[in-house]
Design a protein around this ligand. Structure first.
Ligand code: SAM
Length: 222
């Protein structure tokens, strides 16, 4: 469900350009320095930011960047972080723009882990190429991830999950984790997203995988 447009979002984003960026190309290759971290995570489709904000708090020594194209959702996520007086901003930032632009903002081999949480399923066949796990995106992620980089994906959507398994396999990725009922175990190390909580409340299973980038010939990266 799309969020209603928030009139305050555009001016708010413009006023908080030191936390939420429209064009962070100045940080290309420098995110680790900016966030003072060794491990760099990027969440694509951050929504209202619960995952990013909780994970950044749970893992303060790791860096977290959220990308969200919807300006209202991105502003809500960023405002939650900035207005929470207990919130430490040192290891996280947001980008309000489309993930298709990531190569402008991240250097090759810069990212450790990409998170795809409850990405839009684009169910109609003609729209599958817009899926964040489709081939064009996987080719881009392969460049931007480090040699041993990973993609972690969660979804409620069985069709998206099954198709994504095929996209990853055809694109030469291997699975380190794979679950068709991820929250049957608690997984306290991994925060629950807004969408995830809705599906858990409905007792629906959560599909999850972690895929590892392989060499061009399909071997696992050592
Ligand atoms: C279904 S919502 C899930 C939000 C959140 N990850 C969660 O699990 O609660 C998907 C989000 O991805 C964002 N999104 C979809 N395609 C995107 C793209 N190409 N670049 C950036 N954000 C995108 C949408 O605007 C939306 O907020």
């Amino acid at each position: 469900m799309r969020m209603r447009k928030k009139k305050w979002a555009d001016p708010w984003i413009a006023e908080h350009g030191d936390y939420i960026y429209e064009d962070p190309s100045a940080f290309k290759g420098k995110w680790r320095d900016l966030l003072n971290c060794e491990i760099l995570h990027v969440e694509i489709g951050t929504g209202k930011g619960d995952y990013l904000n909780h994970m950044a708090a749970m893992y303060p020594n790791e860096g977290w960047v959220g990308i969200e194209k919807d300006r209202s959702a991105a502003a809500v996520a960023a405002r939650k972080a900035l207005e929470d007086e207990n919130c430490d901003l040192h290891n996280k930032r947001m980008i309000v723009n489309r993930a298709e632009m990531m190569e402008e903002w991240f250097e090759e081999n810069e990212i450790d882990i990409i998170h795809l949480n409850f990405s839009d399923p684009w169910p109609k066949k003609g729209t599958h190429k817009r899926r964040l796990s489709s081939k064009t995106f996987l080719d881009m992620y392969r460049k931007l991830l480090k040699d041993d980089g990973k993609i972690r994906m969660k979804t409620d959507n069985k069709d998206l999950f099954e198709d994504s398994v095929c996209y990853f396999t055809a694109n030469g990725w291997m699975f380190e984790e794979f679950s068709v009922d991820y929250r049957r175990e608690p997984h306290e190390e991994d925060a629950i997203t807004e969408y995830e909580q809705r599906f858990l409340d409905l007792n629906q299973p959560i599909y999850q995988l972690c895929a590892i980038r392989c060499k061009e010939n399909g071997d696992m990266v050592e």
